[in-house]
Design a protein around this ligand. Structure first.
Ligand SMILES: [Zn+2]
Length: 289
């Protein structure tokens, strides 16, 4: 398949059901290429980036949305982010002493963990939602989240295989937004979507996938939006983070190493700062030389 990194919204005419489909290859591969991830985590990162892409398109805010899980099992933390320009990034940290099979579930990987969804608008207050890991899969956890936060029935299907990552989302909007009544629409559409195979979710373009599932329905498709891997780190932001360690610690590292070096965990960009760069944080006592 050619390079496809996009999300596309769709709806069904004369019903109150809407949907989203995301399909990523290059953007996903760039994220998992940063570290030597075990296969299970390559797949899970793919599910997470697909999920954050879907969430980002549903929660329409001007800002950054992040999806993170934390636990006590072999997976310590996994975090993905997406902003309003569809820039994606993600990272996972795990116990490298432990080995686990490719088929391990999210629940087993986290062993009593939870999922945090953080909405950070460019202007305005940050909002966090927490979901306990009750189901075996990320898709089940997200369905739980949508039900808790929006009280709207929603279904999510996610898949990833180290090359492609994809997701499908269906949601039934409140009754007042329903057009002509089609009482069975929700059951019919979710039942059909449940028949989707992993190779279809990852291998078919959106129009092909929707045709495969819903060729007897009136599907309205909206313009796809391109997504890409991009990191939001910058020299200034990294400098601010180093500065926040405080003068004592900064002085210690500078005395030992001459400069302070930082590698971005998401994109491997290398930053280096000397005493002059950090002068604002070191104050009058910053004169090392
Ligand atoms: Zn970066």
């Amino acid at each position: 398949m050619q390079n496809i990194n996009e999300i596309q919204r769709f709806s069904f005419d004369n019903t109150n059901v809407r949907g989203e489909r995301v399909l990523l290859n290059e953007a996903y591969q760039q994220i998992i290429r940063r570290k030597d991830y075990p296969k299970a985590l390559e797949n899970l990162l793919g599910e997470f980036v697909s999920a954050i892409a879907l969430l980002r398109d549903i929660v329409k805010i001007d800002g950054v949305l992040s999806l993170q899980c934390k636990g006590n099992g072999p997976l310590k933390t996994l975090m993905t982010e997406c902003d309003e320009k569809q820039n994606l990034r993600g990272i996972a940290q795990w116990d490298e002493e432990q080995s686990f099979p490719e088929s391990i579930s999210l629940k087993e990987l986290l062993d009593g963990g939870y999922l945090v969804i953080t909405i950070t608008p460019r202007n305005g207050r940050r909002y966090q939602g927490i979901v306990e890991i009750v189901g075996d899969t990320l898709a089940e956890c997200l369905e739980q989240y949508f039900y808790q936060s929006e009280q709207l029935p929603s279904r999510v299907w996610l898949a990833a295989n180290g090359a492609q990552a994809g997701g499908l989302f269906l949601q039934r909007l409140p009754a007042e937004q329903a057009k002509e009544g089609d009482e069975d629409a929700w059951d019919r559409f979710t039942h059909l979507a449940s028949t989707v195979k992993q190779e279809e979710l990852l291998g078919l373009e959106t129009n092909e996938l929707l045709h495969r599932l819903y060729h007897e329905e009136q599907v309205r498709m909206y313009d796809p939006k391109a997504m890409q891997f991009a990191c939001s780190c910058s020299r200034q932001r990294t400098l601010d983070a180093v500065g926040s360690m405080g003068a004592i610690e900064i002085r210690e590292i500078l005395a030992e190493q001459g400069t302070i070096q930082v590698d971005c965990q998401f994109c491997a960009e290398h930053y280096e700062f000397n005493a002059q760069d950090l002068a604002a944080w070191l104050g009058d006592e910053g004169q090392l030389h």
